[in-house]
Design a protein around this ligand. Sequence first.
Ligand code: SAM
Ligand code: SF4
Length: 430
Amino acid sequence: MNAHDSERIKGMLEELGLGEAAVIEDADVLVFNTCTIREKAESRLSAHLGWAKALKEQDSERVIAVGGCVAEVQRRQLFEHYPFVDVAFGPGSIAHLGKWLGAGGHGVESGAFGTGMERVFASDLPMRRERPFQAWVQISMGCNSRCSYCIVPTVRGRQVSRGSGDVLDEVRRLAADGVREITLLGQNVNSYGRDLPAAERVDFSDLLRACDAVDGIERIRFTSPHPKDFRPDVIAAMAECTSVCEHAHLPVQSGSTRLLKAMRRSYDRERFLRLVEEMRQAIPDLALTTDLIVGFPGETDADFGQTLSLVEEVAFDGAFTFVYSPRYDTEAVAMADQIPDDLKRERISTLIELVQRIANERNERRIGAIEEVLIEGPSRTDPLLLCGRTRRNTTVNFAGNACPGDLVDVRIKGATSTTLNGEQLTSPVP
Ligand code: SAM
Ligand code: SF4
């Protein structure tokens, strides 16, 4: 979501005639788009702002803007901690920054605006896409769950779904503009539509089908879904829509039913395992990735063992692993039995090792297969190779002669825990 918001911020600044500076020291306007999901992201912002302060001292005309969830959560305090910041705006208020800068930075008083839940979809704002053939499409904002560790509902508010007509107009415009792959975005993407008025109500499965019907869109992805909202109609739509990719990110967080309850995830270990089974039956060759948290308050060795055994049992293709980070105003921050840092570190290394071993095994099974790859550009590790993604969302580095945005078939010849490598087989699918 933040990557998408940053594309909107860039697009809007370009529309105002501002280009991207080659080095930070040359920038007249510095915009920080911030995240507050874990403490580490917030501490990184302090380091960046220290640098921004030094730059502002060299040139007092330089504008420093802080957007996103840290601005939302800190509001006025941000200016007390960092008095050199000119403007702060909440995650749903990117458009306000444009108005402020468009008025020469003096149109409205310096200060925070757009915080305090004054939220709008940024769909009308210009967007500077990183790649012309891939686009994010925001379908909802906010979240109605109350996971006990999570700050998102506090900073991004309750769920508001975008009207399906508006979403589809954007998808059609993107297709006409040469986009081949879209990623539907929401904090809880598959609970889309439930807050819409009855007359306009469209479910996530209907939306997937409607996007699938748009000519030119060849790949549809979505993130992040909640396991509790993966209902049979969503699984059926995934199975039946040819553009919907064979990949689901299913954040499980823990393998222990006791902890899942304390986290308020509203499913237990057995329900999650059944869901995996149902999805794998409906969608052959489905890739599954997940989010996992270690060190949640009260996590015993037995709970952690349950997470390890669930990871083994499901055999995820990849996972984002997080050390639990206490966040303001969440239920978990006040829970007894906070886990010491050294134990959290020990557990996360054990978990990462297991996740990597399994991902490596899963990727090795692809050797010899032919995968359809959407080319993203040259490989980062070897510029003589091309790099792209399979429908199952695995990165592939390969020898070939096609262009970014082309779909090609690649024979897989090798694997690591995070990437595949291979050789292009066909000429590009036009
Ligand atoms: N809405 C998605 C869901 O419910 O699964 C996840 C969105 S959240 C922005 C992304 C991930 O950050 C979560 O799945 C969780 O693993 C992690 N996360 C959230 N709060 C955290 C915290 N306080 N400490 C550590 N990880 C956290
Ligand atoms: Fe946070 Fe996701 Fe839970 Fe919402 S569903 S509170 S975004 S972890």
